[in-house]
Each structure stands twice: as C-alpha cells, then as structure tokens.
Write a protein that binds this ligand. Structure first.
Ligand SMILES: Cc1ncc(COP(=O)(O)O)c(C=O)c1O
Length: 344
C-alpha cells in the first residue's frame, strides 16, 4: 500500500526526508549494497537547505537576529541558495558574497529569491584563492552594515548539527544502523562532521569516507586549479573533523564528470559534480571493500545547474580533450540487459 502523503507547513518543513534509493546498476559486478541519498530533492535543490534552514531558525529562536537583521554570507552556490530560500521565507534581507566562478544561473536563482549578490573577482594575494578574498569581503560588509549577522557556514556547529540531526539520522534509521560505508563530499565539512559525530554517538560500525577535490586544501593537498563547484575548499574549514577522518579520497575534475555520467547513464539520476565525485570514489575503493558491504553515497545536488559544464560536450572537450569514449563507457543500461524487472 502507498504511504500516505504528509502535508508540509511551509516550504522549510519540506526540507529533509529525501529518498534513499538502492543503486543496483552502478557497480553490478561488485557484491555491494549501494544506496544513494537524493539530496537534490530538497526544495532549494541541495543538501544545503538543511543547514541553511537550521542556522536561520536557531538564530531567530536565540534572538541572535531579528526581522531587521541583514544576513551576510559567503557562498558560490548551494548554501547561498539554501539561505536565500530560508531568508525569503522568514522575510529577512540576505547579502550573498559570490565570486567570479559562480555561475550566471546560480546568481539568477539567488536574485529570484530576493537575495542581493556581491561578486568578488580578485583572489587573495597570499594564497591565490578566491575563498579567503570572499571571507574578507564578508567581514567588511559586517563592519559597514548595522544589525548584520554572519551565519558562518565554515564554523557554525548548526551546519554540522543539521546533518547529525537529519541527514545521517535518516540514513541510519532507514538502514537500521547496518551501514559499512558512507561516502561524503567535503567543502565546509558540515556534512562529514555531522555524519561522523552521529556514527560515534550511536556506536555505528560505519566508516565515513571523505571525498575531496584534488587541489583542495581541506586535507592537506597541494593547491591546484579546481573546476567543480561545491567540492573542496581553498583552506581547512574550522568544522573539519581532521582527527575523526580515517580515509580520504581525492578525485580529479574529470573523475567528477565521469562519475556524473555513470550515474545518469546507469541509474537515470541527473546529479551535480560532487555526486560524480562520490561515485568515482566508490569505484576507486570498490575492490578493497568486503563483498556484502552496505555503502551509502550522499548525492548533494541535482544536475540541472551543471548542464553548461559537466553535461555539455563543448565544455568537456575544451577542458579535457576528446573524452567521448568515456561517455560510451559510462554505459547506458539497455532494457534487455537488465537482470531485474524495470520498475514503473
Ligand atoms: C554540491 C555540493 N556538494 C558537496 C558539498 C559539501 O558539503 P559540506 O559543505 O557540508 O562539506 C557542498 C557544499 O557546498 C555542495 O554544494
């Protein structure tokens, strides 16, 4: 029997409780039970809806902000959009500090929600990274705007709490704690910290694998140009649970792209670049994982915001050369090849 639909009281009540989907086709020859958590089905389109809604709700409850407060945050994408959604819902003004790598589409989405957008174009002279320059601009705005408040997604425990209280809890409850691996893309490290703390507090037998970008500085890598938004950071965030992370896989931009192609061609899930990263990280570790293991892939956002990059032939060939054969290898599933009946 179909589960009864519940009615959400306002859009923020619809954040979370995203589907956990069994992925049977991604690794058909590995004897693993693989699941994907479809975070792109949050109303603002990504996993960041969870911390954004919680940070604003708690700040209102604690009286750290009031209806006249101006929220100022640095984000080039999903957190900005999650905050824009939460601020619009609560009638708050948001100034989002983006940078020259932020896509035109994300800027349009932010503006559609009513956010004001500031764009930083000059990297920090010391590191050559845009993130420290964005954070400096946030500090200038906080100093110049009266009654302004910075959620600080890179340091706020509400960011990681959101994933402790909802993302990881939902997974653990759905699989009754029997989870061997969770693959988690990292940027602010809110997701991975929340998941790790939940695993520890509930004594689960789960290894949470950090999936970071090659060239990101979170886990002490050599800095390098990165093109996939939402994955990696140009510094180690305050939230980074470095002492708790047992395993980290660094993935290249091309691996992110190919992981996305595999996900859409084998499982019909159109997802963003960091989802491709976790798919490729699983492929990398697959041969070391004991048969029979249960692996959960956190899929942070949807693919529509990447149509001009990851899913664009001209963009891909401009950056990676002729990799058309990799599309072929991504393997479209044909009906006749399916071992199990096709669900309707
Ligand atoms: C698409 C995407 N994937 C992964 C992440 C990483 O999540 P976290 O910031 O919790 O480390 C982000 C964060 O912005 C994101 O936007």
């Amino acid at each position: 029997m179909e589960a009864r639909m519940t009615i959400a009281n306002g859009v923020l009540s619809a954040v979370g409780r995203t589907p956990l989907v069994r992925l049977n086709r991604l690794s058909p020859h590995a004897e693993l039970a693989v699941y994907g958590k479809l975070e792109g089905l949050n109303p603002g389109g990504s996993t960041k809806d969870r911390p954004a809604a919680l940070m604003i709700r708690r700040a209102l409850e604690k009286g750290a902000i009031d209806r006249d407060t101006v929220i100022v945050e640095s984000s080039s994408g999903n957190m900005g959009i999650g905050l824009a959604q939460a601020c619009s819902y609560h009638g708050l003004r948001l100034v989002c500090v983006t940078d020259s790598k932020t896509t035109a589409q994300n800027i349009s989405i932010l503006k559609a929600y009513g956010a004001e957008v500031e764009c930083v174009t000059t990297p920090d002279p010391e590191t050559g990274e845009l993130l420290p320059a964005r954070l400096k601009r946030v500090q200038q705005l906080l100093a110049s705007i009266e009654n302004s408040w910075w959620p600080n997604q890179y340091g706020s425990r509400d960011n990681s709490d959101a994933h402790y209280q909802s993302t990881m809890r939902e997974i653990a409850e759905a699989l009754e704690g029997a989870i061997d691996y969770v693959f988690c893309a990292t940027s602010t490290c809110g997701t991975i910290r929340g998941c790790l703390e939940y695993v520890k507090a509930h004594d689960l037998p789960t290894q949470v694998v950090a999936v970071d970008a090659l060239g990101s500085l979170i886990f002490g890598n050599t800095p390098a140009k990165r093109m996939i938004p939402g994955l990696g950071a140009g510094l180690r965030p305050e939230l980074c649970p470095i002492e708790m992370v047992e395993r980290c896989v660094h993935v290249s931009d091309l691996e992110c792209v190919v992981g996305c192609w595999r996900l859409v061609r084998s499982e019909a899930i159109l997802a963003g670049g960091s989802s491709g990263a976790v798919v490729s990280a699983l492929a990398r570790l697959q041969s070391e994982i004991e048969p029979g293991s249960t692996c959960v892939l956190l899929l942070p956002d949807r693919g529509e915001r990447y149509l001009d990059t990851i899913y664009s032939e001209p963009w891909v060939s401009a950056h990676f050369g002729d990799v058309a054969h990799l599309w072929e290898d991504a393997g479209q599933v044909r009906r006749r090849e399916l071992a199990e009946p096709v669900g309707v």
